[in-house]
Design a protein around this ligand. Sequence first.
Ligand SMILES: [Zn+2]
Length: 219
Amino acid sequence: MSKFLIFLKSLFFPKECLDCGMLGEFICSDCLKKIPIRPSKPPEKIRYQDYLDQVHVASFYANQILAKLIDLYKFHYQENLGTILSQIAIDYLKKNQLTATLADFILIPLPLHRRRYLERGFNQSQIIAQNIKQYLNAPLIDDSLIRTKYTKHQTKLNMNKRLKNISGVFSITNKQKIIGKKILLIDDVVTTGASLNEAAKILRQNGAIKVIGLVLAKN
Ligand SMILES: [Zn+2]
């Protein structure tokens, strides 16, 4: 369905819970509770994470409710679902008592290329980062790591192509904001970790002393 059709549909049909069908919201509070929060240990293994000290994965993509929510959020123009999804990441931080550990970190959302941003209308990672910022009361820097190369959707590529596709796509525009910083790099979903790792690499090359990833789920 096109974004416009989805928009029209949303005007004429009330929202319903994507799991139980109850009218009112995309997800009702009971079904939201069916999305499990992961323990932080043992950490989820990510294929490419050489430049990341750690990757925190808040929940499970195998959970159908979460997978549907993420899909609606990203590909069907439902920006407001960002708040609900952010809560899953925040619950993960709470449950695993990571709030104090991350007290001196700055938050950086994985950037979209400007063209992709215009296509989608929002950066899904930035919205999650903004909500986490409010919870952690940490600075959010979204003007220093940018994506300078437009790439194909990673999901359509195999592993080797993913690595080639992602190499050199990020740039740093303001090194002063990165030097000496501990960074919590935020994205919605991790698959191989190629993008997250590439971003961590350039952040480290520009003086970041620690880079930890935080994502909602591993696909
Ligand atoms: Zn429900």
